[in-house]
Structures are given as structure tokens and as C-alpha cells.
Design a protein around this ligand. Structure first.
Ligand code: ZN
Length: 140
């Protein structure tokens, strides 16, 4: 990969990471607030024993943490000159895609089959798939 491009992607990754970290702090703060004021803060549209806000916050926190580690992994790959290679099929990921989702480690074709967290949606149900290189064959 060209040095200039690698530098550009590194900057984008660092920026994204900073963004996610900032969001994570806010989400943590919000989750804590919801926990302490759950009794008074629950919307009238929901039963008192149900706190969707809290659930959503926790899901978002998990997701942000994952994105931050994805950014770290991508930065690591960039430093070791392994960046831009699809972890699933081994092909080169197009630059246009890398600029759009700099933390990705899969090409568009593989991305369509495998979600970031190695699950796939089948009829609206999330299913885990094996990490083997056989790809979609393992789903059959
Ligand atoms: Zn691929």
C-alpha cells in the first residue's frame, strides 16, 4: 500500500476511534443515569418494570466497544503492512471501500455473507456461522 494512502487511512481510523470513544463515554454516562433514576424516568408508554432505554444503551455500548477494537485492529494491520486484505477470502479490498469503512477486514462480497460479528441474518433471525474459510457452505 502507498505510504501516502496508509497515512490518510491511519488518520481516518484515529479520528473514528476518537469519535467512538467520545460516544462511549456519553453512553456510559446515560446508562448510569438511567440506572439511578429508572423509577422516575420510565416513559408512560411502557410498563414500569420495562426499561428499553437501558437495554438500548447497553447494546450501543457493546457496539461502540467493538468498533473501537476494530479500529485498533485495523491500525495494527496498517502498521504490519497487512491492511486491506480480506480476512475471509484473502482478496484485496478496493480502496473505495477502505475509505468508506476504514476498519473493515472484509471485501464487499464477504461482507454480504458475514456480518462484522460473524453472524448472519436468516429470515430475520441472527445465526452464528463458523469461522472456516468455506464461507457460506458451512451454513447449509
Ligand atoms: Zn472477501
Amino acid at each position: 500500500m502507498q505510504k501516502e494512502l496508509a497515512g490518510k487511512i491511519e488518520r481516518v481510523l484515529l479520528e473514528k476511534k476518537k469519535e467512538y470513544e467520545k460516544e462511549l463515554v456519553e453512553l456510559n454516562f446515560r446508562a448510569k443515569n438511567n440506572l439511578s433514576s429508572m423509577e422516575t424516568n420510565v416513559s408512560n408508554n411502557h410498563p414500569a418494570d420495562y426499561s428499553p432505554v437501558q437495554d438500548i444503551s447497553l447494546t450501543l455500548i457493546q457496539r461502540r466497544k467493538k468498533m473501537i477494537s476494530k479500529c485498533n485492529e485495523a491500525l495494527e494491520r496498517l502498521r504490519h503492512d497487512e491492511y486491506g486484505i480480506c480476512a475471509h477470502c484473502g482478496c484485496e479490498i478496493p480502496i473505495a471501500r477502505l475509505m468508506y469503512v476504514p476498519f473493515t477486514d472484509k471485501c464487499v462480497t464477504c461482507k454480504e455473507e458475514v456480518e462484522e460479528d460473524d453472524t448472519i441474518v436468516v429470515n430475520g433471525v441472527k445465526k452464528r456461522i463458523s469461522k472456516s474459510r468455506q464461507g457460506s457452505a458451512s451454513l447449509m
